[in-house]
Design a protein around this ligand. Structure first.
Ligand code: WTA
Length: 674
């Protein structure tokens, strides 16, 4: 075996023009028939990629208190051979907070470099924090957590707006070996309670409130409600720390036995805190994602592999350079924020924008104003935001220069070619490659993605696997399809950043991802591969919906609907939406004697919002005196999807128990043809 250095670059001089200078070291067998450089990304890595050498080389750039003892990576991906497990660098000890902060400040001389430009909801509300300041704040807060009794392995729930203190809270947890479980601040009290109970959190960190555009969200009120719900279920959370974020005084409920104020806890606390050295395979965080049974799954990531993976994907997929100003518009409450606002950028010593507000407040130029203000070079957003802004045309974009932009990224759902073209042509003025990154909460980081300017783009395709990721497309019987094909997207081997388990329920981890097709990790997405080997995600093929890039399970919304006394049965399907991608179309069968009304419709929408959160608010609710079912009683969702779209070509409905319900459903339809 010999070590070879491979440069990833585009054909000829385009590389120079794009200022693409990154070099990636791949290790290949002497006799590996690797192709010209760009091909390495297409199919080379899966042919000749050697995990331990590639990732081992990358691991050398990180700080390990002690070396790993066993194999670099060890795994079983096949349920028929025993328990599923994935281990990366087991036995090595490290601390991710130490790597992303102390190393940058003390070893790489980045103490005075800006870590975050915080831009508040209100223009003019701004703040800058350097790596040194961030380290001080994290150490101080880590000491606070310790004084509150938080220990290694304890779970801490974080329910906060997009403020620097959210990053401080998460890094303070991991500095002392605690496991954070961040709950997106748009989730309801019930959702927060459910997540606190499932992960058995000993402490909750929240804020008084925040503004989303001109709307005040009283976060502490919701948090209190959640804590009360936890007490009702015999799980009293002992401590709650509240950050005062709002500039004006708002009245917040206060429970002196539990609540403490962030600021007052800091007084007199040391700014030095020795990190807790943890095993590479110790838990790092839990993040809940919708599950098709309705109950969210606590996706668990561990320290070492996740750190290597998000750092490397950030560096290569955004072609990171030290002078970059990077901006990811996601919320840290989702995986995109975990991996590509906090851990990936900080591991690279990058400067990022951390934005609290909305793309449309105070007006629809806000994003581009921010791009110019901070001279953003790498920009990462979601198709739903692009489609939303596209509606207003190019004028609000062209009010700002945007000449600093170099790479544009997208994530969260398939991007339709029109939105891609608008992003590429209007926002990026055809100068900036678009990286359409496909990945999941479970994958930890990008798994199918172009490398900017190195991978020829096709609008709407996430192109090719990242190094070491080996996708396959299976048919219904689990056979691997070759060449151009369509079927289930699966992965054949792990990469360092893949999830390790569902918190507290390893069985569910195996059932959800590994049982349907033994030997593979099943993504739940459908996928097409074209004649050039490009991958095209076609969307979820399980009972999941993707609304504005957020996954929701139909079962979760259905159970919120049937909790209403007027509803006996509910079935939720997706209906395409021009901005949100998909919208929620709900069929409800009412209790005998109850009639459908606007008031009931409003009540049901409110019910779902309160049970789950605003993102799950139904778009349409239709009265369904009967639902199309098979003789065995299974709801035919395929038929409901057609009805929701007002499409009459229902295909084969011979298995329907009672076909008369169909006509009635078309008559009660909420809206016209699409
Ligand atoms: C979808 C978000 C097409 C997909 C990082 C996946 C995408 C789910 C893309 C995961 C993309 C994400 N193209 N579909 N570029 N990115 N998805 O867990 O259905 O919130 O399974 O993670 O979003 O959503 P999650």
């Amino acid at each position: 075996m010999q070590f070879k250095k491979i440069q990833i670059r585009n054909k000829g001089n385009v590389t120079q023009e794009m200022n693409l200078t990154f070099v990636c070291f791949l290790v290949v067998e002497d006799d590996c028939p690797y192709q010209p450089p760009v091909m390495c990304h297409h199919n080379g890595p899966s042919l000749c990629f050697l995990i331990p050498e590639f990732w081992g080389d990358i691991a050398n750039d990180f700080y390990w208190k002690s070396k790993h003892t066993g194999q670099f990576m060890d795994y079983n991906f096949d349920v028929t051979k025993g328990e599923i497990y994935i281990k990366c660098m087991e036995g090595a000890t490290t601390n991710i907070c130490y790597n992303v902060l102390d190393c940058n400040v003390h070893e790489r001389g980045l103490g005075d470099k800006v870590a975050f430009y915080w831009e508040g909801n209100e223009p003019g509300d701004e703040m800058t924090v350097t790596y040194r300041e961030l380290l001080q704040q994290v150490c101080q807060f880590a000491n606070v957590l310790k004084s509150q009794g938080v220990k290694k392995g304890d779970r801490v729930s974080i329910y906060m707006p997009m403020v620097v203190e959210l990053v401080v809270a998460m890094l303070a947890c991991v500095r002392i070996g605690a496991v954070h479980s961040i709950v997106f601040a748009g989730f309801s009290a019930e959702s927060l309670c459910e997540r606190i109970l499932d992960s058995q959190c000993s402490l909750l960190i929240t804020a008084d409130g925040f503004y989303r555009g001109d709307k005040l969200i009283n976060l502490k009120v919701i948090a209190d409600d959640a804590l009360q719900k936890c007490r009702d279920k015999s799980f009293p959370v002992q401590r709650c720390i509240m950050l005062k974020h709002l500039s004006k005084e708002v009245e917040v409920p206060w429970n002196p036995e539990v609540d403490q104020c962030w600021l007052s806890l800091l007084s007199g606390v040391s700014e030095e805190c020795e990190p807790e050295w943890c095993d590479s395979e110790d838990p790092l965080f839990i993040l809940y994602t919708s599950g098709s049974t309705g109950k969210p799954k606590g996706v668990l990531h561990t320290i070492g592999g996740y750190m290597l993976y998000v750092a490397t994907t950030f560096k290569l997929v955004f072609d990171y350079h030290p002078e970059d100003v990077y901006w990811c518009t996601a919320d840290i409450g989702w995986i995109t924020g975990h991996s590509y606002i906090t851990y990936g950028p900080l591991a690279n010593g990058a400067t990022s924008v951390l934005f609290e507000g909305l793309p449309t407040y105070p007006d629809v130029s806000r994003m581009w104003e921010i791009v110019d203000k901070y001279q953003v070079t790498k920009f990462y957003t979601a198709p739903t935001a692009i489609r939303l802004l596209m509606k207003y045309g190019s004028e609000p974009v062209q009010k700002y220069k945007r000449d600093s932009l170099k790479v544009l990224g997208t994530v969260g759902e398939p991007i339709n070619p029109e939105a891609w073209q608008w992003y590429y042509s209007v926002v990026g003025e055809k100068r900036c490659p678009v990286v359409d990154t496909f990945w999941q909460t479970e994958t930890g980081g990008h798994v199918l993605t172009p490398l900017p300017a190195a991978t020829p783009m096709k609008p709407g395709s996430a192109t090719f696997p990242f190094f070491g990721v080996v996708p396959a497309i299976l048919n219904e019987s689990g056979e691997e399809l070759e060449g151009p094909s369509e079927g289930y997207l699966v992965f054949k081997q792990p990469w360092p950043g893949v999830m390790r388990t569902v918190f507290g329920n390893h069985q569910r981890f195996e059932t959800t991802y590994f049982e349907q097709f033994p030997g593979y990790y099943v993504t739940g997405d459908g996928c097409c591969r074209d004649k050039d080997g490009y991958y095209w995600i076609t969307g979820r093929i399980d009972d999941m919906l993707n609304v504005s890039g957020h996954l929701l399970s139909t079962a979760e919304v259905e159970s919120a609907l049937v909790e209403h006394e007027a509803v006996v049965e509910a079935a939720v399907v997706s209906r395409p939406h021009p901005v949100k991608g998909e919208s929620l179309y709900c069929f409800v069968t009412l209790t005998e004697g109850v009639s459908f009304s606007r008031t009931l419709e409003a009540q049901l929408k409110k019910q779902v919002r309160e049970k789950i959160g605003a993102i799950a608010t139904p778009d349409f609710i239709q009265n369904a005196p009967g639902l199309p079912k098979t003789r065995s009683g299974k709801i035919m969702r395929r038929v409901l999807r057609k009805i929701a779209r007002n499409e009459r070509d229902l295909g084969d409905v011979s298995t329907l128990a009672d076909s008369s319900v169909i006509e009635l459903l078309f008559q009660n339809h909420c809206c016209g043809a699409m």
